[in-house]
Write a protein that binds this ligand. Structure first.
Ligand SMILES: [Zn+2]
Length: 692
């Protein structure tokens, strides 16, 4: 029995020290503070030797702390914690053992820790940790005063079994209770009688059992050392998320600045999946395409960053090197993420780069190309696989969420050109001669940087409002956005670079059509992001709010049977669109009059707004919302569902390609109703009000 116990001590010790030594240089998320846990194995010590090691593992995995768990050995009257010298350099001492006498040297190490002003957390039996009644061996000491002097309470035995936990008066907003779900919290343990406690202590939780009510969690200061104590801590308590959260928050609070930057209370996971089609699928994005893809310039990716704020609210950012998520895929991915990961629609952001060198996906632009049955079957199969890959990647990212900081910033780069207001062929000459290029354009480069608490970059999410249409040959690529992501990932090994398209439906990278120019624009964008990363960026407090709605948009004029018949006699994509719609009419179907359009608003921290809009959104939307809601506003287009162009009122009135072109995506109308901008604006304003 004794041999087994010692073996356990050694294994725990090795596991902890081993992880430190091996992980110190190699891991991106280096630990921030060193925690030392002292436990004993004792039939009356609530299995601390079984509950603390996995809890410490979790602290290391999810919060980046260095943790050393030391299980003591010896008799109660002559007890010893092997390797306790480690305390000299530790940041926090956690005590969970009972009635043990230690040598003066070991007690001196614990007193020295407190004397240095370093913090202490006591769990349950800590309130009689050194209170030995008899049998203290020679050369060992008890320390009864530890209870009143350090923990600030008494130990007057047990109250009834079964504790109803409630928040103490005025304690609800204490940071230790942030994200701790207090409703219907019942602990199976017995109530410790601890009164009177230090009148200067801040009581956080009250436990009620029978006719007794006692403080069960509080903080206090012991000569400059922050102390947190809870009398909870039975094995069943450790099974409760709210108890573990209470302990984590207590540990963070006592550590204060030693716990790392305040905004390191974000948790972030990442994942990526290569999605370059293995088969020669048709490429999505130009009506002039004549055949499927013939090779790969560089790989296409789906990348995922999952974030969780200090209160436990989660969300997933997904970016993809393709034209945009068709509605059918968006709906199915959301349904699956709800089921598997408990993420609602507001928490899921499916962004895309709108590269014109990615694959055709199912349920969209089927009229745009002369696809045969075999091609359609391949597209269906690829798209189903992609849906599964996205859900699995989000699930994987959520499975490992170490702490992180979020920082926001903004750069700029000028290669986007308003393609409606400038002739493409004249751009090189205009640039050369310094002739002003007509707007409107949006040259901002929003940047979200995600770092480990020590500052190593883990992910960067950035956007730009410009079509990914530099290239039009038959090689898979993420276009300029693909090159920008590659450049950034090369400059920061281990980091995930994620691009989303802004409101660039009327913007092109000009001049274009060569790999050289594509690399150049990618380099300009990556350079802009790099300069933002090099500067000091705005910290984003660990607060996340997410809101979503489908706003109903009316279709404008819809094609009559006669019009469709006339168009159907033409060839090409418009003819295919008209023939498919005619078939529907002939089958007795009527066309829908409206479309449910996705609008999403996130607030990160106290002031970073992130608005996402579906469809190919023209630049006016970004400019308008940034003007209305302030500079700390990011606006993404092409998010969650890409169903058509989304003109502003100006573009709708001016007419032209971006005001309609419904035959591209196949919707049964010629254009949207005149009030499209008003409806989208009203929806955005409603959602922004929700996250205020
Ligand atoms: Zn487009």
């Amino acid at each position: 029995m004794r041999t087994t116990t010692i073996l356990v001590i050694l294994l725990i010790g090795l596991a902890c020290f081993g992880a430190e030594v091996l992980g110190a240089e190699a891991r991106a998320d280096k630990p921030v503070a060193h925690l030392v846990f002292l436990v004993s194995e004792d039939p009356s010590n609530y299995e601390a030797h079984k509950t603390i090691p996995p809890f410490a593992q979790m602290l290391r995995r999810e919060h980046g702390f260095r943790c050393t768990v030391i299980q003591g050995e010896g008799k109660p009257g002559a007890f010893r914690f092997p390797g306790l010298e480690v305390l000299k350099k530790a940041d926090l001492l956690v005590i969970f053992f009972r009635r043990r006498a230690l040598s003066p040297e070991q007690l001196g190490l614990i007193r020295g820790h407190l004397k240095a002003g370093k913090p202490l957390v006591g769990i349950r039996t800590a309130n009689h940790a050194f209170s030995v009644r008899s049998g203290v061996a020679e050369g060992y000491q008890k320390w009864w005063e530890f209870v009143p002097e350090v923990l600030g309470c008494e130990n007057r035995g047990y109250g009834p079994l079964g504790i109803d936990v409630s928040v103490a008066p005025k304690a609800a907003k204490h940071p230790i209770l942030a994200g701790v779900k207090l409703k219907k919290w019942h602990s199976k343990g017995s109530l410790y009688l601890v009164k009177p406690i230090d009148p200067k202590a801040t009581v956080l939780l009250i436990g009620s059992a029978g006719d007794k009510a006692e403080p069960i969690a509080w903080t206090r200061s012991c000569k400059g050392s922050r102390v947190f104590y809870t009398s909870l801590g039975c094995p069943d308590d450790f099974k409760l998320a709210q108890f573990r959260r209470l302990l984590v928050n207590g540990i963070r609070w006592t550590l204060g600045k030693r716990a790392g930057p305040a905004d390191a209370r974000w948790k972030v996971g990442t994942a990526k999946v290569r999605i370059t089609p293995a088969k020669p699928l048709w490429m999505a994005g130009y009506g002039s395409r004549k055949k499927p893809a013939e090779g790969t310039l560089h790989d296409l990716w789906v990348k995922v960053t999952t974030i969780e704020d200090a209160a436990g609210h989660r969300a997933a950012i997904v970016t993809a090197d393709h034209l945009g998520w068709p509605r059918v895929m968006y709906d199915r991915i959301c349904a699956e993420l709800q089921k598997r990961c408990k993420l609602g629609r507001s928490q899921v952001m499916l962004a895309s780069s709108h590269t014109h060198s990615g694959p055709v996906l199912r349920g969209a632009i089927y009229d745009f190309y002369p696809l045969d049955d075999n091609q359609r079957a391949m597209i269906e199969q690829y798209s189903l696989g992609l849906e599964k890959d996205v859900v699995a990647a989000v699930d994987r990212a959520l499975g490992r969420m170490p702490p992180a900081t979020l920082r926001a910033g903004q750069g700029s780069t000028p290669f986007a050109v308003n393609r409606r207001n400038n002739p493409e062929s004249k751009i090189p000459e205009m640039r050369e001669k310094g002739i002003p290029i007509k707007g409107p354009s949006d040259h901002d480069v929003p940047v979200l940087a995600i770092r480990s608490p020590r500052g190593d970059l883990r992910a960067v999410v950035f956007g730009y409002a410009c079509h990914c249409t530099t290239l039009s040959f038959y090689q898979w690529s993420g276009d300029y956005a693909g090159f920008a992501q590659l450049d950034l990932e090369k400059a920061h090994p281990g980091m995930l670079a994620m691009f989303y398209a802004g409101c660039g439906a009327d913007q092109n990278p000009l001049p274009r059509r060569s790999v050289k120019l594509c690399r150049k624009y990618g380099g300009m964008l990556a350079g802009s992001v790099g300069r933002v990363l090099d500067k000091s960026m705005r910290p984003v407090a660990p607060k996340l709010q997410t809101a979503f709605e489908f706003v109903t948009l009316d279709f404008g004029d819809q094609p009559t049977k006669e019009e469709l018949e006339a168009i159907s006699r033409k060839g090409g994509n418009r003819g295919r669109w008209a023939r498919r719609l005619l078939k529907k009419l002939e089958a007795g179907e009527t066309f829908p009059k409206t479309y449910r359009y996705p609008v999403q608003v996130w607030k990160l921290g106290n002031d970073q707004l992130w608005i996402t809009l579906g469809g190919e959104t023209v630049v006016d939307y970004a400019l308008k919302f940034k003007k209305r809601f302030g500079r700390n506003t990011w606006v993404a287009g092409y998010t969650n569902d890409v169903m058509s162009y989304i003109p502003s009122h100006r573009v709708w009135e001016e007419g032209g390609y971006e005001s309609g072109a419904f035959y591209v995506y196949g919707l049964p109308a010629n254009r949207w109703a005149e009030d499209i901008e008003d409806r989208i604006t009203a929806a955005v304003c409603r959602l922004v009000a929700k996250v205020k």
